[in-house]
Design a binder for this molecule. Structure first.
Ligand code: DC
Length: 215
């Protein structure tokens, strides 16, 4: 029998603590970490930069197939030789990304690249929306992180100091609705995922809980 790759899938909505927790779990286990949201953000960035309408499904999926993406564990993101680390987190990309992420051909391409990333390493910690449900249904451990909308919006507004809490909360609610209600690979909890409400937990407590669930 071939050994399953050591994949830990961490899914959940924006502001649930995925990135911080996934990085900490990866570091404790000595595994690499991949932020798959940064991949969708990079495609949205490339579309905006190239003057492409994010709603133009065919052009955007072509772009996704041809894009050169370098996503470093330290958070640096290079898109076709352009450093997009800051801009992929900006308001324009954040507004466009849900449209790009709803495109089935873009998803197919990103899924292929995510599986290649694991194949190259034999495993890793991957965070996103569909890792446990679609990309790696055979992951060693699936975690679904959640938190109240208020806590998630407060966390995100700390990251983006130039926007008000209300703007961030409204944008988050809109993005949640798009991510949960899209036709292809919507955000949902895998039936065999461990669900953790992170609203009142510290990062260490969440990481300890995840480590305790490792088979
Ligand atoms: O985690 P994030 O906010 O950086 O993700 C950006 C967007 O990408 C988010 O609106 C949902 C989408 N996404 C996705 O559809 N599938 C993933 N595996 C990761 C992110």
């Amino acid at each position: 029998m071939t050994e399953q790759p050591m994949v830990i899938a961490i899914d959940g909505p924006a502001g649930s603590g995925k990135s911080t927790v996934a990085k900490a779990v990866a570091s404790r286990l000595g595994l690499d970490y991949l932020d798959t949201g940064a991949m969708y953000r990079s495609v949205a960035f490339a579309a905006l930069r190239g003057g492409v309408d994010p709603e133009d499904a065919e052009v955007v999926s072509n772009l996704a197939r041809n894009i050169d993406l370098q996503i470093d564990t330290n958070g640096t993101v290079i898109v076709d030789d352009v450093d997009a680390t800051i801009e992929i987190r900006g308001p324009e990309v954040t507004r466009a990304v849900s449209i790009v992420a709803a495109n089935p051909d873009v998803r197919k391409e990103m899924r292929t690249r995510q599986r290649q990333w694991v194949a190259k390493r034999g495993g890793g910690v991957m965070e996103g929306r569909d890792i446990g449900t679609v990309v790696f249904p055979e992951a060693r451990l699936k975690v679904y992180l959640d938190a109240s909308p208020e806590v998630r919006a407060a966390r995100r507004s700390k990251d983006v100091s130039d926007l008000s809490y209300e703007t961030v909360a409204t944008d988050l609610a809109r993005r949640d609705a798009l991510d949960q209600n899209r036709t292809h690979d919507p955000l949902r909890t895998a039936s065999d995922a461990v669900t953790i409400d992170t609203s009142d937990l510290t990062v260490d407590q969440i990481v300890d809980a995840i480590m305790g669930h490792l088979p």
